[in-house]
Design a protein around this ligand. Structure first.
Ligand code: FES
Length: 327
């Protein structure tokens, strides 16, 4: 394969004496084959052009997760990303992960991220809910989520982590699902209770960024949705997120369309809705006034039959597996 010229535009971050950070962009030219990894290119820049360029790496095999950085607008593993796939007109833009403090250049402080992972009690606990029979369906669920290498790609590109520093984040929640779905776990209900609190499963906005960027196809958002389903099934519905989901569920099942007129009241309650009066007035001025009497859509009977089937086979919905059995 022939080599090509690439320009690496790298964000250089340098801590200053006052505790702040000075940022600038620096360009490096490099010749590489399109199949060369970004990590190899960075190493070459460091070796031949600027030894002060700082970044993390270890396994070079998409296993340790330490080389996750922003490449071409997305967080990816540098050791798994080929330069020819991400370069635009020969240009590759590189920066540190989002949503975590930068230490220097592309290296970030990962302590807060791992503190959130630790907060979900990342080990099996003894308790009254543990079972000894492990079905292959349950094994598949656990096994799928354990593909996570805690690289932080999902957390870096999570839109909710950007606006809420307290949000526990997709990686920690996917790990939490790993324990909730493990038949051997003895405290599933306690876990679901904790995860249903503010900044937990109901804070995810379902933007799907975590699914898109995960280099191991863990699909954290799907794990979060399954945690929500299990939480609601356990009666954990005393949160705006759960009430919102149940309002959607009820409306669509009933008529196939959403009753937006009453949705806010059912989600936030009377006092919570009062706080949103400004937004309601703003929408009304723009002519967005939903009808208080939504009518049933065509084919609503079919929709109700689908609901009925899904409600009778909740784990089949989760796993799409024939073996699915209620726990
Ligand atoms: S260096 Fe270990 S995942 Fe990239």
């Amino acid at each position: 394969m022939t080599t090509q010229e690439y320009t690496f535009r790298i964000q250089r971050n340098t801590p200053d004496e006052k505790g702040g950070m000075t940022s600038r962009w620096q360009e490096f030219k490099i010749s590489a084959e399109p199949g060369t990894t970004i990590l190899t290119c960075l190493e070459e820049i460091k070796r031949k052009q600027d030894g002060t360029l700082t970044f993390r790496q270890s396994c070079r095999s998409a296993i340790c997760g330490s080389c996750a950085i922003r490449i071409g607008g997305r967080t990816r593993l540098a050791c798994k990303t080929h330069v020819g796939k991400v370069a635009k007109d020969g240009l590759v833009e590189i920066g540190p992960q989002n949503n975590q403090p930068v230490l220097k250049d592309l290296a970030i402080d990962i302590s807060n991220f791992f503190q959130k992972v630790r907060s979900i009690t990342p080990y099996l606990q003894q308790g009254s809910e543990s079972a000894t029979k492990v079905t292959s369906t349950a094994y598949d669920q656990v096994n799928h989520v354990t593909q996570c290498i805690l690289c932080g790609c999902c957390y870096s590109d999570c839109t909710m982590a950007e606006v809420s520093k307290e949000f526990i984040g997709p990686a920690a929640l996917a790990k939490a699902f790993r324990f909730v779905s493990d038949p051997r776990e003895g405290k599933k209900s306690d876990r679901l209770n904790q995860l249903s609190e503010p900044h937990g499963i109901w804070s995810c906005s379902r933007c799907t960024m975590c699914v898109e960027v995960c280099p191991k196809e863990v699909a954290p958002m799907e794990a979060i949705v399954k945690l929500r389903t299990r939480g609601v099934a356990k009666g954990l519905t005393d949160s705006a997120g759960a009430r919102h989901a149940l309002a959607f569920h009820g409306d669509i099942q009933k008529s196939g369309s959403l009753n937006e007129f009453t949705l806010m009241f059912r989600t936030l309650g009377f006092l919570g809705s009062l706080m949103e009066t400004d937004m309601a007035i703003h929408l009304a001025k723009k002519g967005k006034v939903p009808s208080p009497f939504p009518h049933a859509v065509d084919g609503v009977e079919e929709l109700r039959r689908m609901y009925q089937h899904l409600e009778q086979n909740p784990l089949e919905v989760e796993t799409k597996a024939k073996e699915a059995v209620p726990e």
